[in-house]
Design a protein around this ligand. Structure first.
Ligand SMILES: Cc1cc2nc3c(=O)[nH]c(=O)nc-3n(C[C@H](O)[C@H](O)[C@H](O)COP(=O)(O)O)c2cc1C
Length: 232
């Protein structure tokens, strides 16, 4: 039962961060069912609702962690060629995007105190991703590969809706495209058909207030860099 005071949408948007450390405290199935039912109200062009979700906890989550450990033990940072890469080719786009990506990475490693030279430490930290940062719940978002770019955007709306609803419940989330690295393995593990693929994962649970990574409040570009007002 959620007894927390109501959270405004503005507060939820402002306080949501990527949570990278969770308490060992379960999320009751009924609460997750309720959240996902509400998230189904996310908009999508033509009301296609082009998302499917697999939620894992307990043994089902442990199986995925074990699968990831098996695959990644070979080479934790191997760059896997992907049909749908997580990032653009940074050489082709405005350098500001790569700068932002690097900046948030540096800010995070600064918070957790792992210097650039400690490559092994950074790799070890990154591997927390594949244990859902200790979260009790992992979500996987699946899209039909025949969908176009519009539907991928709508999937994003659905995911952000989940993240904001989680805030309201006092939970934290971390969206995790890192799972794209295991797309093929997860595809087989979940028994998806040929037309479906894992777009992204998401860790969900109670944030650990003592986790230094959770103190990162990632900066954003100044409004003038991204918004143009005309006719006001
Ligand atoms: C679709 C998507 C995938 C992401 N994948 C990862 C991931 O695999 N691992 C991770 O630690 N953070 C991941 N992030 C979190 C971003 O790094 C984060 O949203 C960004 O740095 C801004 O920080 P904030 O979410 O704390 O505001 C992802 C975010 C999105 C939207």
């Amino acid at each position: 039962m959620n007894t927390r005071p109501a959270l405004s949408v503005t507060q939820a948007v402002r306080q949501r961060i990527s949570t990278r450390g969770f308490l060992d405290r379960p999320i009751p199935r009924a609460d997750l069912v309720d959240l996902l039912e509400t998230a189904q109200r996310a908009p999508s062009g033509g009301n296609l609702q082009p998302w499917k979700t697999i939620a894992v906890t307990g043994a089902a989550k442990d199986e995925i962690i074990a699968l990831a450990a098996r695959v990644l033990s070979e080479n934790p940072m191997a760059v896997i060629p992907m049909e749908r890469p997580v990032y653009p080719d940074f050489k082709q786009v405005d350098p500001v995007y790569d700068q932002r990506r690097r900046r948030v990475g540096e800010m995070m490693y600064e918070k957790i105190g792992i210097p650039r030279e400690d490559r092994a430490g950074r790799i070890a930290w990154f591997a927390h991703n594949y244990r859902f940062f200790g979260a009790p719940v992992g979500l996987f978002f699946i899209i039909d590969t025949r969908m176009g770019h519009g539907q991928w955007a709508h999937m994003g709306m659905y995911m952000q809706t989940i993240a904001l609803l989680a805030e309201e419940r006092g939970w934290g989330t971390c969206m995790q495209e890192c799972w794209a690295r295991l797309r093929d393995e997860l595809h087989d593990h979940f028994g998806l058909d040929d037309h479906h693929m894992i777009y992204s994962g998401m860790s969900l649970g109670w944030p650990d207030p003592d986790e230094p990574a959770n103190a990162l409040y990632a900066e954003r570009a100044p409004q003038a860099e991204v918004v143009e007002f005309r006719g006001f």
